[in-house]
Write a protein that binds this ligand. Structure first.
Ligand code: UD1
Ligand code: MG
Length: 466
């Protein structure tokens, strides 16, 4: 990344106003998520790497929703396109915000696979060649849907034709445009003024500036992309899934190369904002979602789901565990079949076993909650042992109440702690107790147990012989 240039004289316009009819969705197209981030967020993160003068985002369809989703980064200007009359018309709306830069880069909000290195190559070539118009092109084995690059017999670019306007012969051309352009600011808006809408869609096409520039004797350059995958525009749900698969493959390879072992990688989902430390092992079927961060030397899965969680070094989250908005300290062992719900905060060396649910609770160093237990709205100290079947009865039907347990407490199996209640450090609670009042420090506390009887002559019922 450090080799990227910075472009203080460049404005990047991201086109994101289109309805995305082909998505067949109520959600604006650019907000459809790919690996936990919207397409538009992917594109914005990529263009930010260029450190341009500013980024203008053209919105129209669902503008409010799009703006709310992105927020207001300092270097971002919103531009409104009231009616979606085409990509050329969308760029025209940016004329004012582009007035104080020398060059304008136009990027579509629906090309989430773009790499900043590729945009850097485009911008660099544009400047070094002195061309008025430069665009990214690629050769696609299946060019359906893309604008095709038209060249004369000598190989000189003569124009671009959109899929819907192409003759059957032109449709066979495999060289396509990405929809990504770098144009000198002083010519861009003059060229756009002359773009018409006499085409199959009745739209003002940005690519039409290419023949107009050539007619005016300007220089137009195409920069061929190394990896044609990057060009993929997402126009429908099939392409959305395909783009996600490409991005997933990239993310998995990046983690593998930085020292993470991923078993059966094609079964694993790792979203774009996830972080993973060295020598961690991710087992099959695992899903790491949102802003999940995993430390070094951890072991996760198989089939674990971690959404927006923090896991510190050396911890294991074993098979079929589900963790959401939870944090796990170092050298903990979670699962198999454990559930950590929002605001479960475990310190170091904590064990959470099978069929244990923890919600909004702090668990201190070295404490163990190994079997069939519900801990909600609780603070548990260090080195406690919470027996099988313990329940913090936190809810009275209207309000939630707190259970506070000190250090070194032993809670016998099948104990019910009726909150609000406090259990003093060093105490032991006998199995099967129902704790309704605070428990003092030390000693044994237990509630009255039901009587136990023995009937010596009693016989088991048997099935009658036939
Ligand atoms: C566009 C290009 C095509 C290129 C392809 C690459 C045009 C006319 N065609 O086709 O040459 O091969 O991208 O993916 O430029 N948008 C607006 N306002 C509008 C219309 C569109 O902001 O009035 C935005 C859309 O939200 C989208 C982007 O521009 O993010 C591209 O529009 P889209 O309709 O997807 O164009 P394509 O048919 O994919
Ligand atoms: Mg598109």
């Amino acid at each position: 990344m450090s080799r990227l240039m910075h472009y203080p004289d460049l404005m990047v316009c991201v086109l994101a106003a289109g309805q995305g009819k082909r998505m067949r969705s109520k959600l604006p197209k650019v907000l459809h998520p790919i690996l936990g981030k919207s397409m538009l967020e992917h594109v914005l993160h990529t263009v930010e790497e260029l450190q341009p003068h500013k980024i203008a985002v053209v919105t129209g369809d669902g503008a409010e929703q799009v703006r709310e989703h992105i927020g207001q980064p300092a270097n971002l200007e919103w531009v409104m396109q009231d009616r979606q009359l085409g990509t050329g018309h969308a760029v025209q709306q940016c004329e004012q915000v582009c007035s104080d830069v020398d060059h304008v880069m136009i990027v579509c909000g629906d090309t989430p696979l773009l790499r900043c290195e590729t945009l850097d190559r485009l911008a660099r070539h544009h400047k070094d060649s002195g061309a008025e118009v430069t665009f990214l092109s690629a050769h696609l084995p299946d060019p359906f849907g893309y604008g095709r690059v038209l060249r004369d017999e000598a190989g000189k670019i003569i124009g671009i034709v959109e899929e819907r306007d192409a003759t059957s012969e032109q449709k066979r051309i495999k060289e396509v445009t990405s929809g990504i352009y770098c144009v000198r600011q002083d010519v861009l808006f003059r060229l756009l003024e002359r773009v018409g809408n006499r085409n199959a869609q009745g739209e003002y096409y940005l690519p039409d500036i290419v023949p107009l520039a050539l007619e005016a004797g300007m220089r137009v350059e195409a920069v061929a992309m190394d990896d044609a995958e990057e060009i993929r525009g997402v126009n429908n749900r099939k392409q959305l899934a395909e783009a996600e698969a490409v991005l997933q493959q990239r993310i998995i390879e990046d983690w593998q190369l930085s020292g993470v072992t991923i078993l059966q990688p094609h079964t694993v989902r790792i979203e774009a904002s996830v972080r993973i430390g060295m020598d961690t092992i991710i087992h099959a079927g695992t899903q790491l979602l949102g802003a999940t961060s995993i430390g070094d030397e951890c072991e996760i899965g198989p089939y674990a789901v971690l959404d927006n969680c923090w896991v510190d070094d050396g911890s294991s989250v074993l098979a079929f565990s589900h963790l959401q908005d939870a944090s796990v300290g170092a050298h903990c062992r979670i699962g198999p079949f454990a559930r950590l719900r929002p605001d479960a905060k475990l310190a170091d060396e904590v064990h959470i076993g099978n069929f244990v649910e923890v919600k909004k609770a702090i668990v201190g160093d070295g404490s163990k909650i190994n079997h069939l237990t519900y801990i909600g709205d609780a603070i548990i100290g260090k080195q406690c042992n919470i027996g099988a079947g313990t329940i913090t009865c936190n809810y009275d039907g209207a309000n939630k109440h707190l259970t506070e347990i000190g250090d070194d407490v032993f809670v016998g199996s099948d104990t019910k702690l009726i909150a609000p209640v406090r259990v003093g450090s060093g105490s032991t609670i006998g199995a099967g107790s129902i704790i309704t009042r605070d428990v003092p420090e030390g000693g044994l506390t237990l509630s009255a147990r039901p009587d136990q009887r023995h009937l010596p002559g009693w016989r088991r019922p048997r099935k009658e012989d036939r």
